[in-house]
Design a protein around this ligand. Sequence first.
Ligand SMILES: [Zn+2]
Length: 290
Amino acid sequence: MAGERTKSWTVGDVTITRIYELQDQTDCSFLLPDATDEMVRKHAWLRPHFVTPEGKIIVWFQAFVVTFGNRRIMVDTCVGNDKVREFELFTKTRTSFLEDLAAIGCPPESIDTVLCTHLHLDHVGWNTRLENGRWVPTFPNARYLFGRAEWEYWKTVLPEESIRPQHLIDSVVPILDAGLADFVESDHRVAEELWLEPTPGHTPGHVSVHIASGGQHAIISGDIFHHPFQFAEPDLPSAFCIQAQQACQTRRAFLSRYEGRKALLIGSHFPDPTVGWIVRDTRNWRFSTD
Ligand SMILES: [Zn+2]
């Protein structure tokens, strides 16, 4: 990987630190079925950070710890160790995620809030960890905030084997059973400095996380974007969006709303340098890390 496992940014009095878990390099068409390698090649600004010399797109899996005052808020919890998933990349991983968290001064017991932008397997994994053959909450002193609309959707598909809800069974249901879950509205304000913004489509209750302090703003986008390529091609449906058309509308509206320097964009799946600005380009928008 290029870049550090942990890296911090400040927004006023707030510090945001990413915890890297793992990465993948893949053909663009795996994520965006209608995209071609040629379309990716056209956007020179994607190199070298976001596309390999061979033209594969690079996707990172990372969590963000947001700290201010005495708050320690974890945004998304990656894939997690020891889980069994449909994809080999995510199966029985053994990463140093918890050690890295401790190394930045935020051991699991210090986290007071866990937020999941949505309930896909790569955003809920570290909600739990394996202890004596049981999935137990990784963050025992935290309230876990799940979107009410998001849970309403997943609850209905939970019994459907075809949708492979194993990640809900091992990474969400144990949190409910432990009494640590709170269901919140899609515009819920967690603190003066941090609130949710509804950005539906990728999943029905998907949210982004807005951070503001000292007149500065940042947004952890979640999976509105899987890759900065989507700034230039916001209308291409993604293979993993549940409501693809709504996701495209949300993406376009978000890019328009925050273009320029209105908010620092923190891309949940963007490789290092991970953060940047949405700027207008000849074709729609591009991601500027300057
Ligand atoms: Zn994701």
